[in-house]
Write a protein that binds this ligand. Structure first.
Ligand code: ZN
Length: 178
């Protein structure tokens, strides 16, 4: 049994390690702890612990983070709808936050330039802010807009936008159903 446990632990450490972000300047992988340390510093860029170059969170990582946040909000809304007691809600909030902090280093992808993560060159209606706003305020229109323009973003970023629109649509339905 003990043996199986160590094997499983090693597998998780290895798979988790594979998912860790890679510095786009020197090509070295950051460890989970190094990544969390970087995220705790509330600056826009992150400094690579190996080469000291500035690294930025890429668009699809930002989209995934926002998606996780919306998913958590939806779970809480569902819990509220089910009339779960306050303590259970609190435990849910704390565990959701923990899950986001623990898994975030694995979804984080780094980018060399700030330009890339801000995407200044896009027309206004394709910029992140507007797409998020559309998906939140008018989910069906946001959904169609993202589908029509899906070739303009990275694949996983598109999926996250669609996910957020779906989550918001469920929110609306929950709010207007008795
Ligand atoms: Zn580096």
């Amino acid at each position: 049994m003990g043996n199986r446990y160590t094997k499983w632990k090693r597998l998780v450490a290895q798979k988790g390690g594979d998912l860790m972000p890679t510095c786009q300047s020197c090509g070295k992988k950051w460890t989970w702890r190094q990544t969390v340390n970087q995220l705790l510093v509330l600056s826009y860029g992150m400094t690579c612990p190996y080469c000291g170059d500035e690294q930025y969170e890429n668009d699809s990582a930002i989209a995934k983070r926002i998606f996780l946040l919306f998913l958590s909000l939806l779970l809480l809304r569902v819990a509220e709808k089910l009339n779960l007691p306050g303590t259970i809600l609190l435990i849910m909030i704390v565990s959701l936050l923990l899950i986001i902090v623990i898994t975030y280093p694995m979804i984080l992808k780094l980018s060399n330039d700030e330009e890339h993560s801000i995407a200044v060159a896009r027309p206004w209606y394709l910029r992140e802010k507007w797409v998020y706003a559309m998906c939140v305020i008018v989910p069906p229109i946001g959904f169609i807009h993202v589908l029509l323009n899906q070739s303009r973003w990275q694949r996983d970023q598109t999926f996250m936008y669609l996910g957020i629109a779906v989550i918001m649509a469920i929110f609306w339905v929950l709010n207007f159903s008795a």
